[in-house]
Design a protein around this ligand. Structure first.
Ligand code: CMC
Length: 365
């Protein structure tokens, strides 16, 4: 009997939203290179592309942006949820809970673009408000004059954000928006396939995103680099992990068997942001050593740098605290998730795969 794990190679749905070509290292959103969109478009423009299947014209963008920005404020009940949950509850669990609690009579199946706009608009506000409450700081209300990336930094830090940080964050968010049938998108699609509401589907997707093998990796990359500390320690430290059969965070991917194109694009964005930064130089050194050691310890597995490695670098460069790395990835991906759920609804069929029974059979008679 062949052991079945991880649904590798299984096609679970048709999609026009994104193409992830793991052999060639390509990432395409609705016919556009994601790496080009990341440096030439706003998060709002790419959200429009994912939801409405085309880039917006000037007037379309203005109307869309105005509406999306007007939906950022937290309902009072959700703000209370943020205040009531103890400090020990991780941010991703807060997001799961708050999104699930947004479920109401207006959010019933099938999902609509209006519902998607409403739910995704509050994700940055949720993160920023909880972050400030935990740190004993007054909550900063969303600013309708700022775009998605700038407003997020404004709500987190309570000051006008550095334009270079906004540009870098905008690029990161765009590269994080969509990635085919990854674990969290699949989780959201499975829940939506039961005709459950959009809030419940997004909440489930957040739960999948939280794990260190998926969206939880970037803060682990930071932990790894901090533990290594200096270039001379890189080889013994990385070897130590691999000798024990451990995993190097920020490396390897189920689909990419070449360099993750998002990693390359983010490296360029980070290079444009930092100069003579010893930490970034250490990161580049660690990447090269890790690459060499992975070829030595895991020959033929084709393990390369993934998005999380440089996601960590970029988020550190814009001074985001490590506990916000995965939530920030989530605020971007929530747009991609909802695009998938909108796409699935008209052709929906409940996901109901099989399992292979490997247990004992009852005794005869
Ligand atoms: N470090 C060391 N060895 C690794 C790594 C790694 N990062 N990734 C895979 N391997 C090895 C693994 O031990 C296995 O070796 P062997 O054949 O000797 O048993 C082989 O490569 C295949 O691993 P796998 O677990 O079957 O691969 P997968 O496709 O199931 O896992 C992955 C993909 C991303 C979970 C995995 O590469 C990993 O754990 N990476 C580290 C965590 C990480 O950086 N996650 C972020 C992924 S990118 C964000 C996203 O798109 O979700």
């Amino acid at each position: 009997m062949v052991k079945v794990t991880g649904l590798e190679g299984v096609v679970a749905a048709d999609t026009e939203i994104g193409l992830v070509d793991g052999e060639q290292g390509h990432l395409i959103y609705r016919g556009f290179w994601a790496k080009d969109l990341a440096v030439s478009r706003s998060f709002e423009e790419v959200a429009y592309l994912l939801w409405f299947r085309k880039l917006p014209g000037e007037e379309e963008l203005r109307t869309f942006t105005q509406k999306w920005r007007s939906l950022r404020a937290l309902p009072v009940s959700i703000r209370s949820v943020l205040e009531l949950l103890p400090a020990s509850v991780p941010m991703m669990s807060i997001l799961q809970t708050a999104l699930a609690a947004m479920s109401d009579d207006d959010l019933v199946w099938p999902p609509t673009t209006e519902q998607a706009m409403r739910l995704t608009a509050v994700v940055p506000t949720l993160i920023a408000a909880r972050y400030r409450l935990l740190n004993g700081l007054p909550v900063v209300e969303p600013d309708e004059n700022l775009d998605h990336a700038a407003n997020y930094l404004h709500m987190l830090f309570g000051r006008t954000p550095d334009p270079a940080h906004v540009k870098a964050l905008n690029a990161y968010l765009i590269l994080g928006m969509e990635h085919g049938m990854n674990a969290s998108t699949f989780a959201g699609r499975v829940v939506a396939s039961t005709q459950s509401d959009l809030a419940s589907s997004l909440s489930a997707a957040v739960g999948a995103m939280k794990g260190p093998l998926h969206g939880g990796a970037p803060s682990e990359v930071l932990v790894m680099l901090d533990a290594i500390g200096e270039k001379a320690n890189a080889e013994p430290w990385l070897r130590g992990v691999l000798e024990k059969g451990g995993r190097l965070m920020g490396f390897g991917h189920r689909i990419y068997k070449t360099k993750d194109p998002r990693a390359e694009a983010l490296r360029q964005v980070t290079e444009g942001l930092v100069s003579d930064d010893p930490w970034f130089e250490l990161a580049i050194h660690v990447e090269a050593v890790a690459q060499r050691l992975l070829e030595e310890y895991k020959p033929g597995r084709r393990l390369y740098t993934n998005v999380e490695f440089f996601a960590a670098a970029i988020m550190r460069a814009i001074a985001l605290p490590a506990e916000l790395f995965t939530p920030t990835f989530t605020l971007a991906r929530s747009v991609g998730w909802s695009a998938h759920l909108l796409e699935q609804a008209p052709v929906n069929r409940i996901f109901r795969p099989l399992s292979q029974y490997t247990g004992p059979m009852p005794e005869e008679g």
